[in-house]
Design a protein around this ligand. Structure first.
Ligand code: 6GU
Length: 233
């Protein structure tokens, strides 16, 4: 899969995009991830990408032209463009079903905003999807882009080994994970529950199911009871 990220802070992604899962996926050729500096498409001596808002008010607004020029240079006509995700707090909440859908695309163009906002014409004419990573305020879309790219990449065929890929199942099944333990059996007076050391696989499986359900009910009732915001699957 190819993913293009357009940002005014390309350096932000050194680290997140170079190590661990994403680094491996890139080096193995499963992920063609390219980060572009929006200022490449800025004009004028100062390469500014923002301007004062029409109608007044505080802060600056990111101008439309650099985003349009970037998109056109990278992908040309509308018909040739990949799914274009604009990261914005007013977007659709990112959940696993949307991640799964995006992971089936041949390519993605990810646009990161900063400042108070982005000119509405970018939302209307360039974005096919507006996505938010949660109900809290970030200074820009860069951290959100890291979240999106990692969540999508781990679903690409060949990126995860079989052992790791099982983890996705837990969220697909609308349950939080059961508690995990490793040695020692007693650590600082805290003992591993007897059942998980019993060697009785059926009992262990039943205990894990029950704990996962209890933890989910307690922490995320929306995932099991159909409360608002519970659209995990
Ligand atoms: Cl995608 N951008 C910003 N600036 N804040 C956010 C967000 C995105 N998602 C949650 N908060």
């Amino acid at each position: 899969m190819r993913i293009d990220v357009v940002t005014i802070f390309p350096d932000y992604f050194h680290g997140p995009f170079d190590v661990s899962l994403l680094g491996r996926a890139r080096r193995s050729g499963l992920l063609d991830l390219r980060v572009h500096d929006l200022r490449r498409w800025a004009t004028g001596r100062h390469r500014t990408v923002d301007d004062t808002p029409y109608g007044g008010g505080p802060g600056m607004v990111m101008a439309p032209a650099p985003f349009f020029d970037a998109t056109e240079e990278l992908y040309g006509a509308v018909a040739d463009r990949p799914r274009t995700v604009l990261l914005t707090p007013r977007g659709r909440p990112l959940r696993q079903p949307l991640v799964r859908e995006l992971a089936t695309e041949p390519g993605l163009l990810v646009l990161c905003g900063r400042y108070e906002g982005i000119d509405e014409r970018v939302h209307e004419a360039l974005a096919t999807d507006e996505v938010s990573v949660g109900d809290y305020v970030l200074s820009g879309g860069e951290a959100a882009a890291c979240v999106l790219v990692e969540a999508v990449t781990r679903l690409l065929p060949g990126v995860l080994g079989n052992a790791e890929s099982v983890v996705e199942e837990s969220f697909s099944g609308s349950r939080l994970e059961y508690p995990h333990y490793t040695r020692p059996a007693v650590y600082r007076g805290m003992a591993v529950p007897e059942v998980v050391r019993s060697g009785d696989h059926a009992r262990v499986a039943a205990w894990r199911r029950a704990r996962a359900l209890a933890i989910t009910r307690e922490r995320r009732p929306d995932l099991v009871g159909g409360e608002p915001g519970g659209e995990v699957d």
